[in-house]
Design a protein around this ligand. Structure first.
Ligand code: NAD
Length: 474
């Protein structure tokens, strides 16, 4: 194996303030009740900034600002709204180095992912929905589709800026205004985005950012003057939100958890499949709702594939997220690390065989070595529950029917992968999988033009593509 010299991206490309207020009605201000929380760099445990915790009065102000902005914003011709979205997309491209470093500092993800995946996709989403803004009459939702009003949007910490883009871009293109709450462990890129909105001269109140924890989110989604709720996060919180919203007339989309099967048939190209398995579960430290966290491999090639996978895993570089050679960065929080450790211990206790390559982890910060469990059965908790970390459960199958049955044997249904040389098998198997996205001979590929969303406990509604417009139109 090559020895790599350190290749650190400069942290000084982005300025982080010591404290941040809330972005309401076009400007930053402190919260009314003076509560703050700290956001830390998970790779070092260093405090990055103090952030305002929005109370009920603050959320009221944000919703009121969005309501005032809604009339004029929705009355603009689509082509005018598009200009703002294009401007935002361009500014994001111009400032993408700053944003990538900020995202890696606050989230722990490797810079090569924030730089080469998150940021290009964020800009692409704004470009894509900018393109729709003046074509809504041709999108298949009637000749004159109308916006809903004020959208309350609550997002998780795994792709902070990308989840913001998925929510804000279609909402604005369709003429809605938004109040967005980022996750409490990763608020900084959303606050940076507020500055991008100012730079783009977006009218005040069209986008409002309120920071805080679950109670801020709960208050926001329950607010009586909100017309639409869009949530991405855990199934448990999604259920609570569905209860809050039910019977209110608010529109709701939920993007929740997953436990995807990545199915490898005996005719698959092994080396490519190994790359897809690695990408499927170790990309973004496995903090991916659609991660390929259950590997289903045909029994006749299981030994060969696992040997190959272990060789590949031994080359993964775990460490400093800002090093351009890093493959696996830090786990986002102490709480998430504790959950990954707990479920992994349960995996061992239940009799699955645990393996990780040798790798030295930094002393400070939150780290977990890439891990696989073999000898896993459907009865194991690690085969059923979302771990949301770099942990792969390996199961085997003998026939395509068995693969389909095992793949669908989950309360979730967000994504799946199929690896085979036969096009006919791809079509036949994909047709039977109860998953919102099915990748064939690839994994974790995203495009703003393709819809994304779940079945069953993975949620409902679609984001992305033409389908993504529907969630914001009456
Ligand atoms: P989480 O549900 O704990 O938190 C998500 C967001 O909801 C955060 O902003 C949080 O502050 C807020 N929140 C917490 N309690 C709330 C409440 N009662 N009311 C309103 N808001 C509340 O999830 P997480 O741990 O941040 O994220 C991980 C989960 O997100 C995983 O299950 C993952 O699969 C899922 N996820 C899904 C998708 C998707 O598109 N389907 C994408 C990314 C993540």
């Amino acid at each position: 194996m090559f020895e790599y010299a350190p290749a650190p991206e400069s942290r000084s490309v982005v300025e982080i303030a010591s404290s941040y207020g809330l972005f309401i009605d076009g400007s930053f201000d402190g919260g009314k009740d003076g509560n703050v929380f700290k956001t830390v760099n998970p790779a070092t445990e260093e405090v990055l900034a103090e952030v305002t915790s929005a109370g009920s009065e603050d959320v009221d102000r944000a919703v009121a600002a969005a309501r005032r902005a809604f009339g004029p914003w929705s009355a603009l011709p689509g082509g005018e709204r598009a200009k703002y979205l294009f401007r935002i997309a361009r500014i994001i491209q111009e400032r993408s180095r700053e944003l990538a470093v900020l995202e890696s500092l606050d989230n722990g993800k490797p810079i090569k992912e924030s730089r080469d995946v998150d940021l290009p996709l964020v800009a692409a989403h704004f470009f894509y929905y900018a393109g729709w803004a003046d074509k809504l009459a041709y999108a298949g939702f009637g000749p004159d589709p109308q916006p809903l009003g004020v959208a309350a949007q609550v997002i998780p910490w795994n792709f902070p800026l990308l989840m913001l883009a998925w929510k804000v871009a279609p909402a604005l293109a369709t003429g809605n205004t938004v109040v967005l709450k980022p996750a409490e462990t990763t608020p900084l890129s959303a606050l940076f985005f507020a500055d991008v909105c100012r730079q783009a001269e977006l009218p005040a109140g069209v986008v409002n950012i309120v920071t805080g924890a679950g109670d801020t989110g709960a208050y926001l989604v329950a607010h009586p003057d909100v017309d639409k709720v869009a949530f991405t996060g855990s199934t448990e919180v999604g259920r609570a939100i569905a209860r809050t919203v039910s019977g209110t007339g608010k529109r709701l989309t939920l993007e929740l958890g997953g436990k995807a099967a990545n199915i490898v048939f005996d005719d698959a190209p092994i080396d490519q499949a190994v790359e897809g398995i690695v990408n499927g579960i170790f990309f973004n430290q496995g903090h991916v709702c659609c991660a390929g966290s259950r590997l289903l491999v045909q029994e006749s090639i299981a030994d060969e594939l696992l040997a190959s996978l272990k060789r590949r895993m031994a080359t993964l570089r775990v460490g400093d997220p800002l090093d351009k050679n890093t493959d696996i960065g830090a786990i986002n929080s102490a709480a998430q690390l504790a959950r990954i450790k707990e479920l992994s211990e349960i995996g061992s206790e239940e009799g699955a065989e645990r393996w990780s390559p040798e790798c030295s982890l930094p002393d400070r910060g939150f780290w977990f070595a890439p891990t696989i469990f073999t000898g896993v059965t459907q009865a194991h908790r690690i085969a059923r529950e979302e771990i949301f970390g770099p942990v792969l459960s390996v199961l085997t199958f003998r026939t395509p029917d068995e693969a389909v049955a095992k793949a669908n044997n989950t309360p979730y249904g967000l994504s799946a992968g199929i690896w085979t040389e036969k096009g006919s098998r791809i079509l036949a198997v994909a047709d039977q999988l109860r998953a919102g996205v099915v990748w064939a001979n690839t994994f974790n590929k995203f495009d703003p033009a393709s819809p994304f969303g779940g079945y069953k406990e993975s949620g409902y509604g679609r984001e992305g593509g033409r389908h993504g417009l529907e969630a914001y139109l009456a």
